[in-house]
Design a binder for this molecule. Structure first.
Ligand code: ADP
Ligand code: ZN
Length: 216
């Protein structure tokens, strides 16, 4: 599967990507995870992105495209990928289209998760993330077995520095302004599949009906 995941921060894109990954091994590519790893490692990319990310603003299209072109050309992408957090702007979507044309590849669909704003805000403020492997927890609905320790890798679980009050509001605004227009872009491309909520059964059902993708 070659799928773009669309939806507000906290809509459940990462969770759905993990579910879809189990069907055919399509790799999950989360630009947020790649950038956070770059910040943690202190690479040149990380240094350029850090302050922007902390404020909840978007990293420049140029940096993202260089990073993604490199990703998409890797061998493990041949079998398929689930793009989580990219494209995030119309220029990125257009640049991706040109890149895929050049590579002779087609997307299967852009899957939009539609989730109510109050649910989003509640999820983002209670969300916690493993600094090492990116696994997502929730203080209310999915706490780790041992407080502050990742069940998967033993890493440190923290609240992201862009998941406190002001930065969350800014991310939601940035989403509405810059990313929500992608829904129209992909509708025009004939690629949009919209699902209300982020229940994985419903998502799988929608993909089955719309794409004939064989899922159980
Ligand atoms: P979210 O949970 O909001 O979807 P992500 O983990 O996808 O968050 O991204 C975190 C931050 O990384 C964003 O707020 C932004 O600063 C940066 N970022 C991630 N993907 C992109 C992108 N495609 N274009 C620009 N900035 C990005
Ligand atoms: Zn972990």
């Amino acid at each position: 599967m070659k799928i773009i995941l669309l939806g507000s921060p906290g809509a459940g894109k990462g969770t759905i990507a993990k579910v879809l990954n189990q069907f055919d091994g399509s790799v999950q590519i989360s630009t947020g995870d790649i950038l956070r790893a770059a910040v943690a490692e202190g690479t040149e990319l990380g240094k350029q992105a850090e302050a922007t990310m902390k404020a909840g603003d978007l990293v420049t299209d140029e940096l993202i495209m260089v990073m993604m072109e490199e990703q998409l050309k890797q061998d493990d992408c041949k079998a398929g990928y689930l793009l989580d957090g990219f494209p995030r702007t119309i220029p990125q979507a257009k640049a991706l289209k040109i890149l895929l044309d050049k590579m002779g590849e087609n997307l299967d669909c852009a899957l939009e998760l539609v989730v109510a704003k109050d649910v989003i805000i509640d999820r983002l403020t209670t969300r916690r993330t493993c600094t090492q492997c990116g696994e997502i927890y929730n203080v209310k609905s999915k706490p780790p077995k041992l407080e502050g320790v990742c069940d998967v890798c033993g890493g440190n679980i923290v609240q992201r520095n862009d998941e406190t009050g002001a930065a969350i509001n800014n991310r939601l605004e940035v989403y509405l302004e810059q990313t929500a227009p992608l829904v129209h872009f992909y509708r025009d491309e004939g690629l949009l599949v919209s699902v209300q909520g982020s229940d994985s059964e419903q998502v799988l059902e929608a993909l089955k009906t719309r794409l004939g993708i064989l899922v159980e």
